[in-house]
Ligand binder design. Structure first.
Ligand code: SAJ
Length: 427
């Protein structure tokens, strides 16, 4: 178990490579992106994740982590490539299939093959095992130990969770699960639970679906509260005092590459019996339009209103813009016939990530009619709210993450869950 080959050096493959190298293994990482390899060979990374950069530069300089475009022989192969969805929302597992095919020439009897990528139910049984079998390996007889170990770490806290979370190992066979457990015991402080491949696949998908459905409920509550003149944030706070209630937080939508994607993996396999999951997706997808409707209402009397947008990433304190509802909102504003002048700010996102100008915070706010908070970055959570009155034409703020400190002076901050009193500017 000394040599590990990790295919896919992204948000999951890179941290797993780092912690295995730190635990004394010889890790070889593989990626199709030359930029990723070039950077890694120089000890640097392209991902923003607290603690990851230092770990990687340490293990690269000690020689424990190497990187290249091709796999190498190893005792253990870990596949950590993306599983996006096609336009019709069905799962695209071609990267997983290609990754497994790419390791075939390097496999030896007794090797372990672990898929960490999130996959639709039955993928290990119906898609991955057959690739190995066609290459001549009897997977059921444990010539290769095949398992699915779904990654469950949360961006922003990956380095802690990768070591401390409970790990589910879904073995193609019982023996495979036990063998693969030995790999994770090299660094894992959390518990290990061994199960079947399909149970591991489904548990992972249901974790993210649970969160999606719960957020949809909170978003629906925010819309209802605007009609009923009640503060949804206070309702959530009080309901959550109950020992068996855990309402989530409303927001401008659900982003990232996991939660808005994974429910579709279940839905596609069980379309007729998953109405709740499908509706949750629809509700969460409707939120950028809901945000736009509030801006339209606020500014209906103003021509060419200037909107200062705070936050572009999919959630707070990350630079990741994949599936970001904030970007969706911005393009709805930019492409709107009302001719909004949109000035975006984000402390993490750069102009080479998005086709948008990014402005300093003060500049975005200068003479703005409305400020629109779309992401709960720490910088916004602790900002001095007197800046709105100082800089804006009208100090009116829509806080779609309910994250700002209390308003000062004449500033009015409307959180997403308390929009019933929203005034119309210029009336
Ligand atoms: N969000 C809300 N309201 C909430 C919580 C989140 O609107 O109450 C939004 C966020 O702003 C963001 C989106 O949902 O746009 C998703 O963010 P997140 O922090 O809930 O989740 P991810 O996508 O960063 O990570 C999730 C995690 N899954 C769960 O918490 C069940 C993580 O543990 C998984 O490893 C990851 O998906 C993954 O890779 O599957």
């Amino acid at each position: 178990m000394k040599n590990i080959c990790v295919v896919g050096l992204g948000h999951i493959g890179l941290p797993i490579s780092g912690v295995l190298a730190e635990a004394g293994m010889n890790v070889h990482g593989v990626d199709i992106d030359e930029k990723v390899i070039d950077n890694l060979q120089g000890g640097s990374i392209l991902i923003e994740e607290p603690g990851l950069g230092d770990l990687v530069s340490g293990v690269v300089s000690s020689g424990r982590l190497t990187a290249g475009g091709e796999p190498q022989e190893a005792d253990v192969f870990i596949v950590a490539v993306p599983t996006p969805v096609y336009d019709d929302e069905s799962a695209n597992i071609t990267y997983v299939e290609q990754a497994v095919k790419s390791i075939l020439p390097y496999l030896n009897k007794g090797n372990a093959v672990i898929v960490e990528s999130t996959v639709p139910p039955r993928t290990i049984q119906d898609k991955v095992a057959p690739v190995l079998e066609e290459a001549g390996w009897d997977v059921a007889a444990n010539e290769i130990y095949l398992a699915h170990c779904p990654e469950r770490v949360i961006p922003g806290s990956v380095m802690k969770e990768i070591k401390e979370n409970t790990l589910i190992i879904g073995g193609y066979t019982k023996e495979a699960a036990a063998k693969v457990a030995e790999v994770y015991k090299l660094f894992l402080e959390g518990e290990i639970i061994e199960t079947t491949a399909i149970t591991a696949e489904m548990s992972k998908l249901m974790e993210n679906t649970y969160r999606d459905v719960n957020i949809a409920l909170a978003n629906e509550l925010a819309k209802i509260s605007a009609e009923l003149d009640v503060n949804a944030h206070e309702v959530i706070r009080l309901a959550n005092v109950h020992p068996r209630v855990e309402l989530h937080e409303p927001g401008p939508g659900v982003g990232g590459h996991c939660i808005p994607v994974d429910p579709y993996f279940v839905i596609e396999k069980a379309k007729d019996v998953s109405p709740l999951m499908q509706t949750a997706r629809e509700i969460n997808n409707s939120m950028p339009e809901f945000v736009l409707s509030q801006i339209e209402k606020l500014t209906k009397n103003i021509s060419n209103p200037k909107i200062a947008v705070f936050g572009l990433s999919y959630k707070g304190d990350v630079d990741d813009v994949r599936g970001s509802p904030a970007i969706d909102v911005v393009f709805k504003l930019v492409n709107n016939k009302k001719n909004y002048k949109v000035f975006c700010h984000d402390p993490y996102v750069t102009e080479d990530q998005v086709p948008l100008r990014i402005h300093p915070l003060e500049e975005s706010l200068e003479k703005a009619d409305v400020a629109l908070v779309l992401v709960d970055h720490s910088e916004y959570k602790k900002m001095d709210t007197s800046i709105f009155e100082d800089r804006m034409k009208t100090p009116v703020v829509l806080d779609m993450r309910n994250c700002l400190p209390e308003a000062k002076g004449d500033t009015r901050i409307y959180p997403i869950g308390d929009l019933s009193g929203l005034e119309v500017l210029g009336e």
